[in-house]
Design a binder for this molecule. Structure first.
Ligand code: SAH
Length: 248
């Protein structure tokens, strides 16, 4: 079981697989006013940076589930490195439908709401693992500027303009689902640069190491177009944030 290979190549050197910098991730942990011992569930936990750093900095415990073999392995190594392996557990598996056996004070799906078929489904899934008055974290893109055409939307990792909302609308949509937005931390263009530009050097080095690989043509094509595409589209049009929600 694994995710499409291209992500395991392009994001192999990322600790954070989204447009948050380490500082933004720390800000999010701090604004949530986490009590030591709070249990955090992280569906699609990537390389585990959120759980590992929050365990170190705020004393949380937690469990993360991710379908990438590579990222799950990296998460375990990171937990050892930060001395929190006794507090956080990483499971390699499909997070679709995953419900924790113990209720959690925080339940997160940061940058992978498709596992619930979208934001509403992801919230519904997380709720099943959440204790009363617990906090749900949703990491999701929104439009910083509305793309002028569907072609522009497709250059921004969307299938169509309707895939994402503008910031006021996404905030309102949580209310319509019956949730208060109790905090939010938004990525910025520097964060997008860190997320996207970090893939370029990784791809370049991978190409040097794997010239005969079946995938080399695909990776070469991505590396060739990625910088301009990023500057023209993602960096300008796409926002991203983590929204903290509590049921009304
Ligand atoms: N939350 C992490 C990772 C976000 S990227 C972070 O912010 O760093 C999206 C993640 O979803 C990737 O790590 C990918 O491996 C994982 N993923 C995709 N489909 C999944 C599934 N069905 N079950 C579990 N993880 C999945």
């Amino acid at each position: 079981m694994d995710i499409p290979r291209i992500f395991n190549i392009t994001e192999s050197a990322h600790r954070i697989h989204n447009p948050f910098t380490p500082e933004k991730l720390a800000t999010l942990g701090s604004v949530l006013r986490l009590e030591p011992g709070t249990r955090v569930l992280d569906l699609c936990s990537g390389s585990g940076e959120m759980l590992c750093t929050w365990a170190r900095d705020y004393g949380i415990t937690g469990v993360g589930i991710d379908m990438s073999q590579l990222f799950s392995k990296q998460a375990k190594i990171r937990a050892e490195e930060l001395g929190v392996a006794d507090r956080v557990e990483f499971i390699h598996g499909d997070a679709t439908g995953y419900v924790a056996d113990e209720k959690c004070g925080v339940a997160a799906c940061v940058g992978a709401t498709w596992i619930g078929g979208g934001v509403a489904g992801a919230i519904e899934l997380l709720t099943k693992s959440l204790s009363a008055n617990g906090v749900i974290l949703i990491g999701e893109p929104y439009w910083r500027q509305l793309p002028p055409t569907e072609d522009v939307a497709r250059e921004c990792f969307a299938n169509s303009i309707s895939d994402f909302l503008m910031l006021p609308e996404i905030l309102a949509s949580f209310g319509e689902l019956g949730y208060d937005v109790v905090e939010m931390v938004l990525a910025d263009q520097e964060g997008w640069d860190r997320y996207e530009a970090a893939k370029w050097l990784t791809m370049r080095r991978w190409l040097e190491a794997n010239p005969e690989d079946d995938f080399a043509k695909e990776v070469r094509a991505q590396l060739t177009m990625a910088p301009k595409r990023h500057a023209a589209y993602t960096r300008e049009y796409l926002g991203w944030g983590v929204f903290a929600l509590m049921a009304r």
